[in-house]
Design a protein around this ligand. Structure first.
Ligand SMILES: [Zn+2]
Length: 414
């Protein structure tokens, strides 16, 4: 299985918007750009919404059949590890192996010794074109990087072998993710991570490093855009150099997680991709749920009552809802409107506060982030919520498609 040059991960917490999501890819295709849709849902989301990976597969297959999509598409076991991969093995054909928890675990001495021996040939100043700063490697740096990353790479190898044993070699797209960590990887680190993954025979087609700045869920990038562009360029240069030398899959590309809504980096990102002729995988962060909330708020009185109820409860359970997402949200509590204020809002007011139209005066990024992590509260009222989703399917679907195509696929790829 091979992942195309451009691929885009969509999440759908309540599993109702598969067709509306795919319609955005159909529109891009109509304009001459093929982007591979990948439906992703993490184990955490499955546990919260009480769904099964097989449901994501069914949703994807149904959407593809309904819209007559003839290009490839995948279902991603998002952020899995050895303890969670099993129930994804049959329904999924894309696996995001998350080894961030294994970074900084010391490897065994023999493995570290082997890593240093195998990579000594890279020491000195390997001539890698297009790096912002020429790379310099020595044995001390090899040891340091091995101590930091080798255990994580070995864990990726173990997870990959479990997948390959169950599905057969070549029967899955493999991504390795190290994004949920504190520090961005340097070019030297990325190079050696790729060398080690090659030695572990992990045929990864995408890698998700940690980038500089904040990739908060559902809102724009926060950080130094120029630094990010430089890092992105460096990473592309490293990958281009590493692929033929380490025998990695030719289509290996970067994966950008929580990439939805990062409007301020799309132009630089596109510039980097064009410069290198590179591809990218970009994952959205379950923001289809927010499109649903906005559309339901506007749709009718029941919808507005429901979303107000969710929001008032979210305010009282803020710490609990935010805790699992602490590293990927930044909510300024003083900017959250009180429940009494929101009780006076119309559906249109509510929608305007959370819909991500940059520069729109009513937009409230703090409210949007809080609602983003509040899908659990809708999951606890699943019957009522699904009833609203079904009743307003057309209006919601239009917004889901519009959000994906106009705000994401178009600026990035079309
Ligand atoms: Zn991620």
């Amino acid at each position: 299985m091979e992942l195309g040059q451009f691929s885009f991960g969509v999440g759908d917490r309540f599993g109702q918007e598969g067709r509306a999501q795919l319609a955005a890819f159909v529109e891009a295709r109509r304009r001459g750009v093929t982007i591979t849709p990948v439906w992703n849902k993490s184990n955490r989301e499955h546990l919260i919404v009480k769904t099964d990976p097989a449901a994501v597969r069914a949703e994807a297959d149904a959407a593809v059949a309904a819209l007559g999509w003839r290009e490839s598409y995948f279902v991603d076991a998002d952020h899995i590890g050895l303890s969670t991969v099993d129930r994804f093995l049959t329904p999924c054909d894309f696996f995001t192996i998350d080894v961030a928890d294994f970074i900084h675990r010391p490897p065994v001495d023999a493995a570290l010794g082997e890593f240093v021996r195998a990579n000594r040939k890279l020491c000195g100043a390997p001539a890698i074109a297009d790096l912002s700063v020429p790379l310099r490697l020595d044995e001390a740096l090899l040891i340091k990087i091995g101590r930091q990353y080798l255990a994580a790479v070995q864990e990726a190898g173990r997870v990959y072998r479990r997948i390959a044993a169950a599905r057969g070699a070549g029967r899955a797209i493999i991504e390795v993710s190290m994004d949920e960590t504190e520090q961005p990887q340097t070019p030297a680190e990325l190079l050696l991570i790729l060398a080690a993954l090659s030695a572990e025979q992990v045929p990864l087609q995408t890698i998700a490093p940690k980038f500089t700045g904040r990739f908060n869920k559902g809102v724009d990038y926060v950080g130094d855009v120029r630094q990010l562009e430089k890092e992105f360029n460096d990473d592309l240069a490293i990958i281009a150099w590493a692929v033929p030398r380490f025998g990695l899959p030719k289509n290996l590309k970067l994966s950008v997680h929580s990439g939805s809504d990062k409007f301020s980096i799309y132009r630089p990102l596109r510039r980097c991709l064009e410069k290198h002729g590179a591809g990218v995988h970009l994952k959205t962060a379950g923001t289809t749920w927010l499109e649903e909330v906005a559309a339901v708020a506007e749709a009718d009185a029941d919808g507005l009552v429901f979303v107000r109820e969710i929001y008032s409860e979210a305010l009282t359970r803020l710490d609990e809802l935010c805790a699992p997402y602490a590293a990927v949200i930044d909510i300024r509590r003083q900017r959250l409107p009180g429940a009494a204020t929101v009780a006076g809002w119309s559906g249109a007011d509510f929608a305007a506060a959370i819909r991500h139209e940059p520069g729109a005066p009513a937009f409230n990024a703090d409210l949007r982030q809080l609602l983003h992590v509040s899908y659990k509260l809708a999951a606890q009222r699943k019957d009522r919520w699904e009833n609203l989703l079904q009743r307003h399917a057309d209006a919601i679907g239009r917004q889901v498609t519009h959000n994906l195509f106009e705000r994401h696929l178009r600026p990035l790829f079309v």
